[in-house]
Design a protein around this ligand. Structure first.
Ligand code: ADP
Ligand code: GLC
Length: 487
């Protein structure tokens, strides 16, 4: 059993902007079920404080002259302790964890997450009298990137693991910010935190962590290539011996069509015919023609370039000319939101676009749809295709990252050996997307074939069980690597 401090800037159900929250809200529970002694460290955003109960103060102090206290509570529906970095000046404000209500990054993000990292380092070095010192500090994405860099100089330190959920977000700030954060001048170096004259938070993890991993094996390979490396492929090649990929799991207590409280009708593999009741309920809700037979394609996504919105928009006219309905839920870049809304105004009987963030609706769309659209340009893991598989909703996905590791194309051969569970596009173009949708509709017209694809999808095992065991192995490797480095 190891003592693990799991550091994340979001965790479901307390605060969520994307898949990182789903992982941080479920992997610690899976590790705890495997008898690991794990604590989750999270900023105390107002949304978090509103939800938690039985809060206890563990310690208090000041970082960069800002008052900070460390609070203890529990991850809802679990025994996992959550430690909250309560720094009102940094975290107690309306808006999101990283951006204000106008979608602009908070001007002081570097300071906010430097405070967060420094608290993690003090816990790691047992400076807060908590009577609990971790063996492993496991950080996630750039918001916790400074931790391995700050811990590295200490002789007696926990081992560090750093997970890349998305290399496109790096936490880049100017040199003045580096000076303002009073980081050691030795770190201003290409072998440290400097990235082309900027301060890079993520490099703290990539350069200094004992072990680095990504959230799928394919993405771990892809980021070694300049095409997917966001300027960091050289560094990652250099650290390749310490880099691996572990596929994310999903939380079956939250994403299960047999028990999901948000659905009009629950179903499983033995009651699959009930699934279409969800479709008719959604069609009714969104004033789409009610027709259980028409194929419904769903999409739930941050509206950013990564998610393939450019080719979706390019292919929209052709797609809407096919006999199908499309329901898209998401928010993000305003120009994608506006163009999708335009299409939806022109084709109200075919396309419904809902701008916003809506957890219950995301479950309803997963259950109602026959197909799920995920033509990402890159995808470190992707959780929505996993939820789709579980809900018998066949993904249309690009063969990149975690999508390549989880979606098996419905080719003749894969259908014959019953491994097929979706539709894979092998290039990123509107033409490829249209052709793949067309191919999917042809099989949709063959109910027996379709049912087999659904059953294969629903029977796939994407639970955390195996992946959590891989994380335990990774922790042991990190401990061994730390000891080797210290020798
Ligand atoms: P990413 O983390 O890159 O956004 P993932 O597929 O890993 O992609 O995870 C996205 C998560 O966020 C899923 O749980 C998805 O359902 C959820 N999500 C994204 N956009 C919305 C939205 N507008 N409303 C509700 N849930 C959303
Ligand atoms: C990131 C990635 C996504 C991944 C998620 C959780 O947001 O974009 O592919 O599933 O992190 O690891």
């Amino acid at each position: 059993m190891s003592k693990i401090l799991y550091v994340s800037s979001e965790a479901f159900p307390l605060i969520k902007t994307g898949g990182l929250a789903d992982v941080a809200g479920s992997l610690p529970i899976a590790l705890s079920n495997l008898s690991e002694d794990i604590r989750l460290l999270l900023p105390a955003y107002p949304q978090v404080l509103q939800q938690v109960e039985n809060v206890k103060q563990l310690a208090s102090g000041a970082y960069y002259n800002l008052k900070v206290s460390l609070l203890e509570t529990q991850l809802p529906n679990s025994k996992v302790p959550v430690w909250l970095v309560h720094c009102p000046a940094a975290f107690d404000r309306p808006g999101g964890p990283y951006m204000d209500s106008n979608g602009q990054p908070w001007h002081d993000n570097a300071l906010r997450f430097a405070v967060f990292c420094k608290v993690a380092v003090d816990i790691a070095m047992n400076k807060l009298n908590l009577r609990w010192q971790p063996d492993i500090v496991h950080g996630n994405d750039w918001q916790s990137g400074l931790i391995p860099a700050l811990l590295h100089p200490f002789k007696q330190r926990p081992a560090t693991v750093f997970t890349i959920h998305n290399l496109a977000y790096q936490g880049l700030f100017d040199h003045q910010t580096f000076l303002d954060l009073e980081l050691s001048s030795e770190l201003w170096h290409p072998d440290g935190l400097e990235f082309y004259d900027q301060l890079s938070f993520i490099k703290g993890g990539l350069v200094f962590a004992d072990r680095i991993n990504t959230v799928s094996p394919t993405y771990a390979d892809e980021i070694l290539q300049p095409e997917f490396g966001n300027g960091l492929s050289g560094l990652l090649q250099h650290r390749q011996a310490r880099l691996s990929g572990i596929l994310n799991g999903i939380d079956h207590s939250v994403w299960n069509p047999a028990t999901d409280p948000h659905l009009a009708a629950c179903y499983d593999t033995t009651t699959l015919q009930q699934k279409s009741l969800n479709k008719t309920a959604l069609q009714k809700q969104f004033h789409l023609p009610i027709d259980a037979k028409i194929p419904l394609i769903g999409m739930i996504s941050r509206m950013v370039e990564q998610k393939g919105l450019d080719i979706i928009l390019q292919a929209m006219a052709e797609m809407l000319a096919m006999p199908l309905q499309l329901v898209i839920l998401g928010s993000g870049d305003i120009h994608y939101e506006m163009r999708l809304m335009e299409w939806s105004r022109k084709h109200p009987d075919r396309l419904k676009v809902i701008i916003g963030y809506n957890e219950p609706l995301s479950h309803q769309i997963e259950a109602s749809s026959d197909l799920f659209l995920m033509p990402s340009t890159f995808e470190p893991c992707g959780l929505n295709q996993l939820y789709s598989l579980r809900y018998g909703t066949l993904p249309i996905a690009r063969n990149v990252g975690g999508l390549a590791d989880t979606v098996v194309d419905a080719s003749k051969q894969n259908r014959a050996n019953t491994t097929a569970n979706g539709f894979v596009m092998t290039s990123q173009s509107a033409t490829a997307l249209q052709a793949t949708v067309k191919r999917a509709l042809t099989l949709y017209a063959q109910p027996d074939v379709w049912r087999q694809l659904q059953l294969t999808a629903m029977n796939g095992d994407f639970s955390w069980t195996h992946s959590a065991e891989h994380y335990i192995e990774l922790y042991l490797q990190a401990l061994a690597d730390r000891d080797q480095t210290a020798d």
